[in-house]
Design a protein around this ligand. Structure first.
Ligand SMILES: [Zn+2]
Length: 49
């Protein structure tokens, strides 16, 4: 039951990363600090649709 989710940069709103998560186990929105090649720095990426 793992679903693909996309992580969007909170700076430029681009979807830079995709990952999978179990939506039944983790109902909260995923937030990860990752490198954004467009902002050229580490930015918090949030789960989008
Ligand atoms: Zn960005």
């Amino acid at each position: 039951m793992r679903e693909i989710i996309h992580l969007s940069c909170t700076g430029c709103k681009r979807k830079n990363y995709s990952t999978t998560k179990n939506k039944k186990k983790h109902t909260e929105k995923l937030e990860v600090k990752k490198f954004c090649p467009f902002c050229k720095t580490h930015v918090l990426h949030k789960e989008g649709k």
